[in-house]
Write a protein that binds this ligand. Structure first.
Ligand code: RB5
Length: 140
């Protein structure tokens, strides 16, 4: 499993421990930054992760900002990207099974580390169900 990660300066506080956890799980990681607490702009990193996912250079992307909202909106501007913001595991799981999301976006000001891990786990281990769901995805 190869995962691209990215965040702004606010999301960094969640990206760093999640990155460490991903390494422990044996995932291959591309970290597009930011790696500094200095103020920056979330679209830079959301779009960078989105391009890696869209170009199939990685399997999935996980992105972080304060709410997860801004960076997901930026990622969704890239063709082929279906990024979802989640703050609980149920929607994360269903977003993969029904919507085939390829980027998960989390808010460091919204959720803590353990909940983030739970959400990520559900999302990564869920599988797209295809069928009627593919037909709907093909409509947009
Ligand atoms: C940065 O202050 C904040 O706006 C950003 O991290 C994010 O929450 C935007 O959606």
């Amino acid at each position: 499993m190869k995962i691209a990660i990215g965040s702004d300066h606010v999301g960094l506080v969640l990206k760093e421990p999640i990155k460490k956890w991903f390494y422990e799980l044996g995932y291959e990681i591309i970290d597009v930054g930011t790696n500094k607490l200095e103020r920056t702009d979330y679209p830079l990193f959301g779009k960078e992760v989105a391009k890696l996912v869209a170009n199939k250079e990685v399997d999935l992307g996980v992105i972080f900002c304060g709410t997860g909202v801004g960076i997901s909106l930026a990622a969704n501007k890239i063709k082929g990207i279906r990024a979802v913001v989640c703050s609980e595991p149920y929607s994360a799981k269903l977003s993969k099974e029904h919507n085939n999301t390829n980027i998960l976006s989390l808010g460091s000001r919204v959720i803590g580390l353990e909940l983030a891990k739970m959400i990520i786990n559900e999302w990564i281990n869920a599988n797209f169900e295809g069928g009627r769901h593919q037909k709907r995805i093909d409509m947009y």
